[in-house]
Design a protein around this ligand. Structure first.
Ligand code: SAH
Length: 358
């Protein structure tokens, strides 16, 4: 009899809903439905997200509410399996999820502060020919808690290993996966980060990068207004973009740009267009002219990313002077353009190098 009970304990624990799957209003609803005081929602959010405490909440909270959460919710986070620290202080985490799948997350330093690059899926379905994650295929979407958990665990790692530097000021969905393919979970992650009861991150500090998944762009204005948008563009020529990004055959660039143009921007807000420069493929003067023509007149900001190689990749990075020439042509279109310097490539943490199966 007792063995039978014991057998059930781990199973039940596994099935408990994660606390980190709920936004603030979900928490209030749960409390309400169970005849508990709604005020516990703000206290719990403050404890776990603002103070980032891992242990059971010590704040003044009705005993019944605390017991209810402890009994019915899971407070554990994805486990850090390995950590790689780059010479430039970039940190790459490999997380192990409850079902043993793994994902990667990167902390990118700037002046003792960090941006965090979050994964939204195990693998990715987009199959872009230049991206290491694409070679993995899609295994599954991440739950909200598994995305929020990357942030909380990275923050705690910083607090422990680089005390005083636990300042993650920007959140970018540019890790593994296509965030708009997992819209509901990503939206809830944004709501959790934005909540004034928790981390209280400014909406202008969150950026979602997409390969151009139109069903997600259609939901943007209503459901995640104010969040920054980055589009992986990579070629303004249809045939080349088809070769790089199969999604272009279903959702062609012109239609994607038309949808993006419908998304309202604040006065000083831009859409970031990411453009990987690949040697002798999309790095010519004609490529730059075409890109400039397509983006001219938009509230655009271009990020030029010299290709980052990975084992088995078929492309190469152009020489520095070619990259600069490309930028000079874009300058004639008066589009602000930044050449992104690769960070963390000594530990395979740079854009496109994330592959949790290697
Ligand atoms: N699926 C989303 C987010 C993940 S990729 C998207 O497509 O935007 C994040 C950025 O890294 C994208 O701009 C992507 O195109 C870029 N990237 C992917 N592989 C790369 C590589 N090998 N070198 C440089 N940048 C790469």
């Amino acid at each position: 009899m007792s063995a039978e009970i014991n057998n059930h304990i781990p199973k039940r624990h596994f099935l408990k809903q994660s606390f980190y799957d709920l936004n603030h209003s979900d928490l209030e609803t749960v409390l309400n439905q169970n005849d508990l005081n709604r005020s516990a929602a703000a206290i719990l959010f403050n404890w776990h997200y603002k103070k980032k405490e891992e242990a059971q909440c010590h704040e003044k909270i009705a005993k019944g509410s605390l017991a209810f959460f402890q009994n019915n919710f899971d407070f554990s986070l994805p486990a850090i399996e390995t950590v790689h620290e780059s010479e430039d202080r970039t940190v790459k985490f490999l997380f192990k999820l409850k079902d043993n799948h793994t994902i990667e997350t990167v902390l990118i330093p700037f002046h003792n502060k960090y941006s965090i690059c979050l994964s939204s899926q195990v693998g990715c379905a987009m199959n872009c020919s230049f991206c290491s994650t694409g070679t993995q295929g899609l295994t599954r979407n991440l739950a909200t808690s598994e995305i929020v958990g990357q942030f909380l665990q990275a923050w705690r790692w910083l607090a422990k290993n680089r005390p005083g530097e636990e300042r993650i000021l920007n959140i970018v969905f540019m890790g593994q996966g296509e965030p708009l393919h997992n819209f509901d979970a990503v939206k809830k992650v944004c709501e959790i980060f934005l909540s004034k009861h928790g981390t209280s991150i400014g909406v202008q500090k969150i950026t979602i990068s997409t390969a151009g998944y139109i069903p997600g762009l259609q939901r943007w204005s209503r459901e995640i207004p104010g969040v920054n948008l980055a589009l992986s563009l990579h070629s303004a020529f249809a045939e080349k973009r088809n070769q790089l990004m199969p999604i272009n055959m279903k959702y062609p660039l012109a239609a994607v740009l038309a949808h993006i143009d419908q998304i309202p921007l604040h006065k000083k807000q831009f859409v970031t267009y990411e453009y990987i420069l690949i040697k002798d493929f999309n790095d010519s003067a004609a490529d730059a002219q075409k890109l400039g023509t397509v983006l001219a007149g938009k509230s655009a900001y271009i990020n030029l990313i010299p290709f980052n190689s990975f084992p088995g990749s078929q492309y190469k990075r152009p020489d520095v002077d070619k990259v600069e020439k490309f930028k000079e042509i874009l300058d004639t279109f008066k589009i602000p353009t930044l050449i992104r310097i690769a960070k963390g490539d000594d530990v395979s943490a740079a854009c496109g190098q994330l592959n949790s199966k290697n």
